[in-house]
Write a protein that binds this ligand. Structure first.
Ligand code: GLN
Length: 392
């Protein structure tokens, strides 16, 4: 047989999602792929049941059901101070994943450079390959995951057409400050570039950090393509509902890409999602309190065990430093992936190897998530506490 496309040879399957499969195989506690075990809010389930009996069961308008787009625009306008039009500036997608792919395919020609912070959510690598873009990596330097603005300017000077900003940032938990975003925004204006944001963790931001909507900053509405999702906000990762918001010009083009990629997101699930988007501010406040508690609880547990970790300002991820373990004779020559496989088999907890997020050769970090109930987190911490013995 003739070989398949070159492009499929240039990236692997998702390591994040592969870790879930390995975790399932060994019956480990899965803190790798980041999805919550909370139930979706009851009113959404009621609306879903109603939709099951009463429909809609056929295609919605390809770029999203009217009522859902109206709710999304309303929510976005509330937080951004903008006045986006639900008909011409919003597309409902199959998850944030499609939103990002659609944004990249809309903005980029093959060969266009796109800046990506490293560490980065692994999808961006594949998104770049599939859209033909060439990623240019800008390091986020630990422990604070700061970046050097002059490298971004350099990237734009050398012709980068866009920059991807995941805010809050998966996997390092960085929340970009307003000043940082303004500085990047000024460069994007100066060099006439696009900013593609991934804001799926927008409600998992821990005080004193606050989430700033890039599109709402001066001069940014026309050049920002905002990607987000309902997955994390309503604990419905399996519903595959995301969205894209941008200028009329961008969205008009993106509608075509979306139409031919997927036709549309599932109609009954869109209908049910409207119930969630009808919640008031209380819902988001309580969600934030819940995740703040989870974060503090889990990080305190890691501290008790003596595992070194970062302090995420947002998201539900934490990076654990495993360098002390890799220095032990037992793990000599181990990659972080091999360590994660060992962790699943011997400790019963699944993590994602940090190397799948970094451009740089980083081998001593693993990512855990804490979007789980108290008992699960307790059991995970209990299992992880066995690690402590190894260092004694
Ligand atoms: N964003 C989640 C993570 O990093 C997973 C999302 C997905 O698998 N589509 O784990």
């Amino acid at each position: 047989m003739r070989p398949l496309s070159d492009r499929v040879g240039t990236f692997t399957d998702s390591v994040i999602r592969r870790m879930t499969r390995i975790s399932n195989k060994y019956g480990a506690i899965n803190l790798s792929q980041g999805f919550p075990d909370l139930d979706p809010p009851k009113p959404m389930l009621g609306a879903l049941a109603k939709a099951a009996y009463e429909g809609p069961h056929q295609y919605s308008i390809t770029y999203g059901a009217q009522n859902l787009r109206e709710k999304l625009a309303e929510k976005f306008n509330r937080v951004s101070g903008l006045n986006v039009d639900p008909d011409t500036q919003v597309i409902v997608t199959c998850g944030g994943t499609e939103a990002m792919m659609c944004a990249m395919m809309t903005v980029c020609n093959p060969g266009d450079r796109v800046m990506v912070f490293s560490p980065f959510y692994e999808n961006y690598g594949a998104d770049a390959i599939l859209s033909g873009a060439e990623p240019v990596y800008i390091p986020l330097v630990p422990p604070e995951y700061e970046f050097d603005l002059s490298l971004i300017e350099q990237g734009f000077k050398e012709g980068a057409k866009a920059i991807i900003i995941c805010n809050p940032s998966n996997p390092c938990g960085k929340v970009f400050t307003r000043e940082e975003l303004m500085a990047i925004g000024r460069l994007a204006v100066r060099y006439d570039a696009y900013v593609i944001t991934d804001e799926v963790y927008e409600h998992m931001v821990y005080a004193p950090s606050v989430h700033t909507v890039m599109a709402g900053l001066p001069g940014m509405a026309e050049r920002t393509v905002t990607c987000s999702s309902l997955s994390k906000t309503f604990s419905i990762t399996g519903w595959r509902l995301g969205y894209l918001i941008g200028s009329e010009q961008v969205i008009e083009a993106a509608k075509k890409v979306h139409d031919f990629l997927t036709v549309g997101a599932p109609a009954p699930l869109q209908e049910a999602a409207v119930a969630g988007l009808s919640f008031g501010e209380d819902y988001y406040r309580e969600l934030n309190i819940l995740y703040t508690e989870k974060r503090n609880y889990f990080l305190a547990g890691l501290d008790r065990i003596g595992l070194k970790h970062n302090a995420p300002q947002g998201t539900y991820f934490v990076l654990i430093d495993i360098s002390d373990f890799l220095a032990l004779e037992q793990f000599k020559g181990y990659t972080d992936l091999e360590f994660c496989e060992w962790l699943i088999r011997e400790i019963g907890v699944a993590a994602v190897p940090g190397s799948s997020f970094f451009r740089e050769p980083v081998n001593d970090l693993i990512r855990l998530h804490f979007a789980r109930g108290r008992e699960v987190l307790d059991e995970a911490l209990n299992r992880l506490s066995k690690l402590d013995q190894l260092l004694k």
